[in-house]
Design a protein around this ligand. Structure first.
Ligand SMILES: Cc1ncc(COP(=O)(O)O)c(C=O)c1O
Length: 403
């Protein structure tokens, strides 16, 4: 696929990096940067409330951004799409917006980002829900048998299956459609953490048959501080908001609050309007791409990374051996050179930016005893074969010099 590197000012700089930390945050195209600037320079008003020209312009642009996002993920109605601060906020809105009884079972996998683990742990501590972990296969792929067994063992108490579509630890994709069918057969809801899937592949909430989807706009070429939450309207309509105040009510008296319908109920306080408008620009940008081609390109780059690092001494790939099972993520346990040292040297010596550490999946690393974490390179559509080769070659040199 065409890399469209000219669209990204960061990549046009002299000494532009080989940016391979896309699982954390992606670079921004000029159209997104322009959308932010335009809001602040031309119509920095308040959407949804003020009726003057600035207010009306912002209201229209926010509505249009919501519509674009809604179409991108296959939602039936833009009212099902909530602007949030990030995927963490979205997941918290689901977890703390529902009503729970002690003993209600929530299932996650054993390789969740803290954002899809800690909210459930908090509910366990504070409200007595029963959070259970479904173990993965040895190579981190999803174990359907273990999942079905866990659903059955819940004995009618299964209320929620909350799993990441694609893991940020290893790039492994879960068979969400099959998971949703089994979960629904057991009477549970399905909340998918799509932070690592929506930027990299076609995600259609109807086709997946899920109930909630959380995602990070900043991993989708969009601005920092923006995320999204999609939910089936009737489910959103039953959720309590975790941030009540302005915008969240249709009216109030000294003694009562009349809750506004979704999505306003969940968008309390003055919104990040430039962020919402720039989200529209980011999603319009992604919508022009062929997301299947994006995924294929990332796998192609991962084949190059994998071939270059798989036999390095003291280096072990997390997840399936075949890069096709890991999307654009190449996450490496570093047994001889510490991951942080390697990450620093990759940038210093060759301008290659990757991530090191536990990537907010502490539970998996702690459980396996890999407390140093991993070195993770994560590719996106604008990355080139030369860049990933540079990553592999430089790591080869580092390992052979320091290992
Ligand atoms: C799988 C996964 N879930 C959740 C998150 C949290 O996303 P955010 O930073 O948007 O809250 C991340 C971020 O890296 C992630 O990779």
């Amino acid at each position: 696929m065409k890399q469209r590197r000219d669209d990204f000012p960061t990549l046009l700089q002299e000494h532009a990096p080989a940016y391979l930390d896309n699982a954390c945050v992606t670079l921004k195209p000029q159209t997104v940067i322009d959308a932010i600037t335009e809001y602040y320079t031309q119509h920095p008003g308040c959407g949804g409330r003020s009726v003057h020209r600035y207010g009306t312009k912002v209201s229209r642009m926010v509505a249009s951004a919501r519509q674009t996002l809604s179409t991108f993920i296959g939602a039936h109605d833009p009212k099902e799409v909530v602007f949030t601060r990030n995927a963490t906020h979205s997941i918290n809105q689901i977890a703390h917006g529902m009503s729970w009884s002690p003993g209600d079972v929530v299932l996650t996998t054993d390789r969740e980002h803290n954002s899809n683990l800690v909210p459930w742990l908090q509910l366990e501590q504070e409200q007595g829900i029963d959070h259970r972990v479904v173990p993965s296969h040895e190579n981190n792929t999803f174990d359907m048998e273990a999942f079905e067994a866990a659903c059955a063992e819940a004995n009618g108490r299964l209320k929620m299956v909350a799993m990441s579509h694609v893991g940020n630890l290893d790039g492994v994709t879960l068979p969400i459609k099959d998971i949703a069918k089994v979960a629904h057969d057991h009477g549970a809801l399905v909340a998918v953490d799509g932070a690592q899937s929506t930027p990299h592949m076609n995600v259609d909430v109807q086709d997946l048959g899920i109930d909630f989807l959380s995602f990070s706009i900043h991993k989708m070429c969009g601005p920092s501080g923006m995320g999204g939450l999609w939910g089936r309207y009737e489910l959103l309509d039953q959720l309590r908001t975790i941030q009540s105040g302005g915008q969240t009510v249709s009216s109030s008296t000294y003694t009562d609050a009349m809750w506004a319908p979704p999505p306003g109920r969940f968008e309390g306080g003055l919104g990040n309007f430039s962020g919402m408008i720039a989200t529209g620009a980011a999603i319009e940008y992604l919508a022009q791409l062929d997301m299947d081609a994006v995924h294929e390109h990332e796998v192609k780059l991962n084949r190059i990374m994998t071939a270059g690092v798989k036999d390095l001494p003291g280096v072990e790939i997390i997840g399936p051996k075949d890069p096709a099972g890991r999307g654009g993520i190449c996450s490496l346990l570093m047994h001889s050179v510490p991951a942080h040292d390697a990450a620093l040297l990759l940038d210093e010596a060759a301008g290659v930016m990757v991530r090191s550490g536990q990537h907010c999946v502490h539970s998996w690393f702690e459980n396996k005893g890999y407390t140093e974490g991993s070195l993770r390179a994560s590719a996106y559509f604008y990355n080139t074969e030369e860049e990933v080769k540079l990553f592999a070659d430089t790591l080869d040199e580092i390992v052979h010099t320091m290992g």
